[in-house]
Design a protein around this ligand. Structure first.
Ligand code: NAP
Ligand code: 3JM
Length: 335
């Protein structure tokens, strides 16, 4: 990486945006200049990067003049309006929202899995949903080894996946909850403290939520195989950072738990934590603040001939969002 680039973070004051800034710094991304963009609400805010405070600017189309990479995480409607404006001005957009993910001209990329898809980009590259990103890391080596017929996933997703206001909601409701008061939900449809909510994003006519359909459709696109049957139930749990997933995989050919453990150990981005009798399996507290996707509880499904069960945990703000976006930018520079 010899050339230095100009980077804009759109949604810089959000939880994903702040994690992006920290990730760019931690990975020593070759930045010449960093531009921080958000709404009018953030005018006057300053965010530290490499020991200096950078003023947050209001997002306008002209913000993208002279930008090489624009990392978007300010919601789908902002990406819809401003990503084309950025591309028009010569920037490459790495979009964290669901807006462009299923567009046929937009590569949807987890670099360890399908970096090859980057070659066909036309200015916009999509970052998958947080729950998809960690799951495809677990699926890819199994898919390559023995093929996958069907995946059944249930998620246990932390509140940080719903943004900064959601983090405050869990904090507030937890305090009120222990003191016996009544809580009024705002961000989530029901109280989240001391509760579990089987709804992430809105419901569709088929009975699934949008989040569930994101996991189903994005998994097929990233693995490049429409024939894999995928079903998902996505659930919000009172955890601040770290999404967990119970993943059941029906493979085309038989594979043992031992073999799965061995191929996952070799998968870049994955760390196997699997010695349950000695208390070794990943939890969100193990994954928060880490780059790896952690996998444990690997076992053969007793109910079918070719089935594998596993438990997959990652920091949703890192591999689920900021880290994957920065890895995409790094892969583009290396192309
Ligand atoms: P957040 O903490 O609520 O932050 C939202 C960010 O968007 C803030 O910086 C906010 O700026 C900015 N924003 C909102 N409206 C804006 C506007 N009209 N103009 C300019 N900036 C605006 O949310 P988050 O968790 O960081 O998530 C942000 C987005 O990233 C989500 O909406 C989602 O699409 C995407 N996301 C993706 C993943 C993934 O898995 N890839 C995970 C989580 C989120 P102000 O502070 O000025 O309001
Ligand atoms: C994660 O458009 C919006 O309001 C954002 C909704 C959202 C998304 C999304 O659909 O882009 C919130 C949290 C995601 C995501 O990564 O899919």
């Amino acid at each position: 990486m010899s050339k230095k680039v100009v980077v804009a973070v759109v949604g810089a004051t959000g939880v994903v945006g702040r994690e992006m800034i920290a990730t760019l710094e931690a990975r020593d991304f070759p930045i010449e200049k960093l531009v921080l963009l958000a709404s009018e609400r953030s005018v006057g805010e300053k965010i530290q990067f490499r020991g200096q405070f950078i003023h947050v600017e209001v997002l306008v189309p002209e913000s993208f003049v002279g930008i090489d990479f624009a990392l978007f995480s300010a919601g789908g409607s902002i990406s819809e309006t401003f990503a084309p404006e950025a591309v028009k001005r010569g920037a490459i957009v790495i979009d964290n929202t669901s807006f462009f993910r299923m567009h046929p001209d937009v590569p949807l990329v987890v670099p360890e899995v399908n970096a090859h898809a980057l070659k066909t980009h036309r200015g916009i590259i999509a970052n998958p949903n947080c729950s998809t990103a960690q799951m495809v890391l677990a699926l890819k080596p199994i898919y390559d080894a023995v093929g996958i017929e069907r995946v059944v996933v249930s998620t246990y997703q932390s509140v940080s996946g719903a943004g900064k206001d959601a983090i405050v909601e869990l904090e507030t409701q937890s305090r009120i909850g222990v003191s016996g008061g009544q809580v009024v939900p705002k961000i989530f449809s029901k109280p989240i403290a001391f509760n579990v909510i089987p709804q992430i994003d809105s419901f569709l006519d088929n009975g699934y939520t949008k989040e569930e359909m994101k996991m189903i459709n994005e998994t097929k696109k990233i693995l490049g195989d429409d024939k894999i049957a995928v079903t998902a139930t996505t659930v919000r749990v009172p955890v601040f950072i770290g999404h967990s997933e119970s993943i059941n995989i029906q493979t085309k050919q038989k594979i043992t738990a031992h073999e799965v453990r061995e191929i996952l150990k070799k998968m870049p981005g994955v760390e196997v934590m699997d010695d349950p009798k000695n208390g070794v399996y990943p939890t969100p507290r193990d994954a928060a603040g880490k780059d790896a996707t952690f996998i444990g509880r690997i076992r053969e499904d007793l109910s079918i001939p070719n089935g594998i069960e596993l438990w997959c945990v990652a920091d949703n703000l890192r591999k689920g969002a900021a880290l994957n976006a920065v890895q995409i930018a790094e892969a583009l520079i290396a192309l």
